[in-house]
Design a binder for this molecule. Structure first.
Ligand code: PHE
Length: 334
């Protein structure tokens, strides 16, 4: 009987070593410790032994049963914790989907729109694929006029092109309505520039146009100055310099105090204290004629504005190409 006990022990441990699942453990348990298993059988046979052998063998049997039970429990525990780990815990909080945000250019444009709509401007729109007529001809830039060299144009056909500025929206708006006109026209424009830190073959402008009886240069200066203060702060001054555009007369270019040094002079503004923004002027009588307005009774001003440039100043960005590379490391900073 003592040999039998040892044999059962060896067989049991060999089998329990190889179990693959909680089910296997249970099968081994039933096989060895169940009512019809060998351990119970031996307990039944105890009575057939000599009375003097009974206590010793009984003790051995009890030890065997305890060893087996402990081994079974340990295995069961192992599988329980493993299964728990593998189960999906539905009480865990879910993974947050990344929340998108507005592109820095869109943020800047939203701000520009808010400032001008507060001053009574509405937002107008026009096509990016334009005709020669709207982009040049109606804006007093006739064919073979040297000013067409000012802008390197991307032509689709001889007559159809990608607009080089938002000024054609001036023409489209005035053709479709009578004065008073007070619009801004934001949008993408295209030029044949080789990309570098300050050039991109496409960029964004906001056109401004205000036409009515008695509109003067003073109105233009006031609106541009108010924009500068609202956009960059009340201490920012505006400077107007004489210039030339075929569709405005007189024409000017305007600068804002450098937003980094606030006019004192620094590396960014090359120690001038000023940053060039864009051009503007009083609408040329020939433009009014092209849209059928009477230049004798109607006056107006127009201005341009570079959105990318303003965004670069606003956020302190030194390379325009960063806006268009879709690099999340850049975009998520704003
Ligand atoms: N369209 C001009 C440009 O792109 C800017 C401008 C707009 C100038 C309106 C005067 C009036 O450079």
């Amino acid at each position: 009987m003592e040999q039998e006990i040892q044999r059962i022990r060896e067989n049991f441990f060999q089998e329990i070593q190889q179990v693959q699942s909680a089910k296997d453990v249970e099968a081994v348990r039933v096989k060895y410790l169940g009512r019809k298993g060998p351990v119970q059988q031996l307990f039944k046979q105890l009575g057939t032994l000599n009375p003097e052998d009974r206590p010793r063998v009984g003790k051995l049997l009890n030890t065997l049963r305890q060893e087996l039970e402990t081994a079974v429990k340990e295995k069961q525990q192992q599988f329980k914790t493993r299964e728990k780990r593998e189960r999906i815990d539905l009480s865990l909080p879910g993974r947050k989907p990344p929340v998108g945000r507005k592109h820095p250019l869109t943020q800047t444009l939203d701000e520009i729109k808010a400032i001008f709509t507060a001053m009574g401007f509405t937002v107008a729109d026009g096509p990016e694929v334009e005709t020669d007529y709207y982009n040049f001809e109606a804006l007093n830039i006739p064919k073979n006029h040297p000013s067409r060299n000012m802008q390197d144009t991307l032509y689709i056909t001889e007559d159809i092109l990608l607009r080089t500025h938002t000024s054609p929206v001036q023409i489209r708006t005035m053709q479709s309505q009578q004065p008073p006109v007070r619009i801004i026209a934001p949008g993408r424009v295209y030029r044949r520039d080789t990309p570098d830190a300050s050039h991109s073959p496409f960029f964004h402008q906001v056109e401004g146009l205000c036409v009515d009886h008695g509109i003067s240069f003073a109105d233009l200066k006031a609106v541009i100055s108010e924009f500068a203060r609202k956009m960059f702060g009340t201490d920012i001054k505006v400077r107007f310099r004489p210039s030339f555009f075929p569709f405005t007369e007189p024409s000017l270019e305007y600068d804002f105090n450098c937003v980094f040094c606030r006019g004192k002079g620094c590396k960014v503004c090359k120690y001038t204290g000023w940053m060039e923004i864009s051009g503007a002027g009083m609408v040329d009588p020939n433009v009014f004629k092209a849209v059928g307005y009477d230049p004798e009774t109607i006056t107006g001003y127009a201005f341009g504005m570079g959105v990318d440039r303003i965004a670069m100043l606003k956020f302190g960005i030194d390379d325009i190409r960063l806006f268009f590379e879709n690099d999340m490391r850049f975009l998520t900073q704003f």
